[in-house]
Design a binder for this molecule. Sequence first.
Ligand code: SF4
Length: 377
Amino acid sequence: MESAFVFINKIPNILMKKINLKGLTLEELKSFSVSLEEKPYRGNQLFDWLYNKRANSIDSMTTLSKEFREKLKIHAHISDLKIINSYQSKFDGTRKFLFELEDGNQIESVLIPPKTAFYDNESMKLEEQKRLTVCVSTQVGCPLDCVFCATGTMGFKRNLSTGEIIDQAMQIEKFAERKITNIVFMGMGEPFLNYDNVIKAIKIFIDGMNIAARRITLSTAGWIDGIFKLAEENLKIKLAISLHTMKDEIRDKLIPINKRYNLSKLLEAVEYYYKKTKLRVTFEYIVFKNLNDKDDDVKMLTKLARSIPCKINLIPFHSITFVKPAGIEPELKPATMQEMEKFAQKLRKNNLTVFIRSSAGEDITAACGQLAIKSGK
Ligand code: SF4
């Protein structure tokens, strides 16, 4: 194994920037341990303390020798994201967290309690309804600028590190005093534009924090390079595609990267993903009144579902006028819940698996598409 931390023990302390252990994978912790002239198994012990036991200080790692802990304290630290504020929905208990990062940037994440993520009776039967879910961010802002999304109006600031991604779930779990069971990568940012850190975070969630792969969902706006790469990872997580229409002329306006990766390229990637993994994908579909809720949309979705095994999540459109979007957002109108149910019935009649997502957290701007830092950093 080639170490990224060779000779770390030989560098004068004064020149050393302490390494944040939180966010290092098992291999990286082994390699780090070797660089401190310790045996690789020390990496396994650190991995267990950091992620399984959720240790928040080196001193609390009591099964490590005092000597090793002292050495660790010279070269490493464990950093925590700072919760600046949290807001709880009056209606459904959804809680949004505002975190400050070490460089002063801020991000948001959402805790979704059981029985709130979906809306209608059909959807209530879903296993996911029993879960305690954290929706994590992967970037500060986002460069993709989907017109229905508040994050897109912030522009892109930077990618989050692996540690910053997993720590959202760890800090929220500590706050909630309950075990997180599900992770969705549906917060701020396009996960595939931060591919390496996101994949490392997923591996830590699965192997370190013991969250089952099938309870982790990654949602992409359609960055197909990421879909092809993920297909090779053998991770068994769920993939969700932000689809919203089967018409390029509409998708070009809703999700600008459709001009680069149009529907035929996107669906070719999704088909490849299915063939490679045999995992059913989820298509996310925000229902806009008089835009993508017509009978020909039902027909096109039915054709899609017959070619790629999938389920379809219908999502209510949540207004983002609070961030004053410059694009076509003011022209987009939400379908009512009754209209969404009708649309769902038409799809279900054609034997499609369809669920309706709720608007949980809308009163605290924590619902789908509403995450954004409104001012300053
Ligand atoms: S929907 Fe996702 S990809 Fe699109 S702008 Fe928002 S965060 Fe970025």
